[in-house]
Design a protein around this ligand. Sequence first.
Ligand code: HPA
Ligand code: ZN
Length: 336
Amino acid sequence: MTDDFITNLPKAELHLHIEGSLEPELMFALAERNKVAIPFKSVEDVRAAYSFTNLQTFLDIYYAGAAVLKTEEDFHDLALAYFDRVAQDGVVHAEIFFDPQTHTHRGIPFDVVANGLFAGIDAARAKHGMSIGLIMSYLRHLDEEDAFRTFEQAQPWLDQMIGVGLDSSEMGHPPSKFARVFEASAEAGLLLCAHAGEEGPPAYIHEALDILRVDRIDHGNRALEDPVLVARLAREAMTLTVCPLSNVALRNVDRIEDHPIDRMLDLGLRATIHSDDPAYFGGYIGENYRQTARARNLSRGQIVTLARNSFLGSFLDDEAIAGHLATLEAYVTAHP
Ligand code: HPA
Ligand SMILES: [Zn+2]
């Protein structure tokens, strides 16, 4: 399987935190533009700090890095840089997360964030012909009241958003903590996903399914510890947005050679490959596919299945999904 085949394979990105695409070069440029002090002397200094032992050690640096984002222009530049990058990775559809509370809690109005991101999204749609959706993610280390305040601030924007998510520190913050705000979000017409089973136990995945009633699980790796849960996820064709380089960087998997992505496929799970926070974890979606394919010796069929699953698991309507699947099959036929 050539790297070119994998890179250009049409695919959807479904698990990407836009704040996690902030490259050190842009972090420095924005720190200068906005006169924000950052605790690094050089781009190399920043990269050297990216050595994590678990989710929390990453999140501490990720939230600190986001402090350079201040204006609509910053959010526009951040988003467009991301889409420019993944247009080279065969991404034809993207559903990206943003963390409004990371910004509102440091005094940046919700509308500044949303205006900037949508400007970047509109520019990328026009420039690359990509379809793009925005998912508002609630920070689970904060309380549900704070999530409700965010939901209120988002009201004028809700018809432009496709869904809500749940991210940040997983341990000790089970999905059930957000039952009411997820219910309200669903009633507002938003689709639902939640990080579950990245570090947290299989019980958190059960809660995401039974209490939040999510349409998609982000990560879900620890489902593998619970055969009954695996059988249910397979039966319900529940998409798991798996992020191999993230799993290694955050020490949830020892080495990429040990990654269970092919075991997940063998078990009948609708697993897909994504990038999570590419500026921090060493690679965008194409790099995640290529490194995993190489390390796990994935077959052509498995790689195409992963791309197919990314469209099947998207929040697009059936007609749009069928269109993407036809494009994918045409690509596969044209590259024997
Ligand atoms: O990998 C992640 N896990 C949980 N929350 C996050 N927020 C950004 N990235 C992550
Ligand atoms: Zn994530």
